[in-house]
Ligand binder design. Structure first.
Ligand code: ADP
Ligand code: MG
Length: 597
């Protein structure tokens, strides 16, 4: 589908071409012809980055441009949006779309800026006003804006406006506009309050939904790191250090935290800045501008401040703190992975928060991958190769073309003559690299083991991924309670014996002299073979029983050596939770089983 096929006029076809829009996005394809050719209202559910501004902006401009010239100084269209930044962005986008429609004027009005300037701009009544609800109400009270002739009304990011407490203002505004207006409501999500507004103030609205509701963008990969709560900042630094070309927004929960993290990063030598509501408008503008122009690599921000901002090519969105509301997570992660580029949404969580990751997975219907926090060595290696790549790609033309050095370079070459190539490289690398080595040479491992809950999750997923493998057998090994065996030690023993983490172990039950466990049929031989290295450990299949039998009928095999029944009863079996398949990362046996008596 082309923009032409959607029925856009020449001026808009030209501007979309100038802007490099090759074809309409799905929400544009659905909304534009509808708005051009039908008379009803529209509710569109679409995530950030799907091109909503043009979806409502292009048909709106086409309508206004089609009106006779003598109607010029009448406000025909109103766009409500939650934040100042968004208003500015939308007005800018609309002006771009209208660049070949010189008669159209667009004014943005929003709180936080001297109202006099905005009043002056409103003196020559614009056809389009883009406003935050609060400031618009203010202007309405002063009689500086008339909504009597509004034909197009857009509620952009409606869910966010409600979250910010604008419900009453929105209703007031809606009541001040004519009944025969056409209303377009855009939202990433559809909470009950929005449905209510739509039902009450919109007529017979046509609903379109782009993409899966509540789902993160397709090309966003969701990963998380688990650390101690007090080590969040260290983990953040490692993530940043592991990605030298990072261009990211780091989301914090409070303004204070936003400020604190940004200051720490700056102090530690990173290219970072803070964006939150406590800054003056001028400061916010400056920060945004620098970030947009890549003058800053890491923007630490609150949700409200960063909402709706159109920044291209973010490599990462980092959740320094998980948001309370899963929908906020969706909004955040929607900031990366835009326009068919791959993005990564990273969450730094502490152990108890892994449950919330599970909830997010359910809500978004996406898998989140737990990654190991990179070690100091990982980071240093990555930085080294990044540096070397820069050396390889260094632009030599200036050096080659300029004779300023006038043989100076030859002299330098002579000066370094006594050094081998390796030594020269080492020296150059050291200059750049020592600060990383210094910082990371004794860096601790920040990882913490998986929680039981998480392990279950991983295992369940593992099971699902293994799919058809299904069939299991029950094995026993001749060590048990009397050897101080525990499930954890047993897994450690398996690790030390097989060195193969892909071998899954399930349903461990520890009896006095034996430990029983399940393995997948196709891993049985590997495991038994590995255990042959121990002289005094024997692994055998428990015959005649289905591995999934959770009853303890194998007791017979576990013949008590002692006749003393009491002793046997006093040694309770230790068992892991039913049906669990243990993932054995980081578990190692702490007992030399070989020297068992
Ligand atoms: P949303 O409001 O849904 O978050 P925007 O309207 O801000 O999305 O658009 C996101 C980005 O995509 C903007 O940079 C915009 O210029 C760009 N864009 C919009 N429509 C197209 C298109 N048809 N082709 C290419 N880029 C587009
Ligand atoms: Mg938008």
């Amino acid at each position: 589908m082309t923009f032409q096929e959607l029925g856009l006029c020449d001026a808009l076809l030209r501007s979309t071409e100038t802007l490099g829009f090759q074809q309409p996005t799905p929400v544009q394809e659905a909304a534009i012809p509808y708005m051009l050719h039908e008379e009803r209202d529209l509710v569109a559910l679409a995530q950030t980055g799907t091109g909503k501004t043009a979806a409502f902006g292009l048909p709106m401009l086409q309508y206004i441009a089609s009106l006779p010239d003598d109607n010029q100084f009448i406000t025909r269209a109103l766009v409500l949006s939650p934040t100042r930044e968004l208003c500015v962005q939308i007005a800018k986008d609309l002006r771009n779309y209208a660049q070949y429609m010189p008669q159209i004027r667009i004014v943005a009005v929003y709180g936080g800026e001297d109202i006099r300037k905005q009043l002056m701009q409103l003196d020559r009544t614009p056809q389009i006003i883009v406003a935050t609800p609060g400031r618009l109400i203010d202007l309405l009270r002063r009689g500086k804006v008339s909504l009597d002739n509004i034909r197009y009304l857009v509620l952009d990011e409606a869910d966010e406006m409600l979250d910010m407490g604008f419900q009453e203002d929105i209703e007031t505004i809606l009541q001040r506009t004519p009944d025969d207006r056409r209303t377009m409501l855009f939202s990433a999500t559809m909470p009950a309050d929005i449905a209510k507004i739509a039902g009450q103030y919109m007529h017979n609205a046509h609903e379109i939904q782009i993409g899966e509701r509540n789902a993160g963008t397709e090309n966003v990969e969701h990963i998380y790191y688990v650390c101690r709560a007090q080590e969040r900042y260290l983990v953040l630094k490692r993530i940043v250090d592991l990605n030298p070309d990072i261009y990211a927004i780091v989301f914090c929960r409070t303004k204070a935290e936003t400020q604190e993290i940004a200051e720490k990063l700056i102090k530690d030598g990173y290219s970072a800045d803070a964006l939150h509501g406590d800054l003056t408008q001028a400061a916010r503008d400056g920060v945004m501008q620098r970030f947009r122009l890549h003058g800053v690599q890491i923007l630490v921000a609150t949700d409200v401040a960063a909402r709706g901002l159109d920044v291209h090519n973010l490599t990462h969105v980092i959740n320094y703190q998980l948001p309370d509301d899963p929908e906020v997570y969706t909004h955040r992660s929607g900031r990366t992975g835009r326009a068919n580029q791959k993005g990564i949404s990273v969450s730094i969580v502490h152990q108890r928060e892994t449950r919330r990751i599970a909830n997010l997975e359910k809500m978004l219907r996406r898998n989140f991958h737990r990654e190991q926090i990179p070690s100091g060595i990982d980071v240093c290696k990555k930085q080294l190769f990044h540096y070397i790549a820069r050396v390889q790609n260094a632009d030599l033309t200036l050096m080659d073309e300029n004779n300023i050095l006038d043989g100076g370079l030859q002299e330098v070459v002579r000066m370094l003559d006594y050094l081998s190539k390796e030594e020269i490289i080492k020296r150059f690398v050291s200059l750049e690299f020592n600060r990383f080595l210094e910082y990371y040479q004794d860096a601790p491992d920040l990882n913490i083991p998986e929680t039981k809950h998480e392990r279950t999750r991983t295992n369940e997923r593992g099971k699902a991924e293994r799919g058809g493998r299904g069939k299991t057998v029950r094995l026993k090994i001749n060590v048990g309670k009397s050897d101080n065996m525990t499930p954890k030690r047993f897994l450690g023993l398996v690790n030390d014996t097989t060195h193969d983490r892909t071998i899954a172990i399930g349903n461990i039950e520890i009896a006095k002299n034996y430990t029983f466990f399940d393995v997948y049929l196709d891993q049985k031989q590997k495991l038994i073979a590995a255990f042959r290295q121990w002289d005094d450990l024997q692994v055998q299949e428990v015959k005649g029983r289905r591995a999934s039998d959770n009853d303890v009928s194998y007791k017979k095999d576990d013949k008590p050596r002692s006749k003393n029944k009491r002793e046997n009863r006093d040694a309770p079996k230790e068992r892991s939770s039913k049906g669990n398949w243990e993932k054995r990362s980081n578990v190692s046996s702490d007992k030399p089983w070989r020297s068992r008596r």
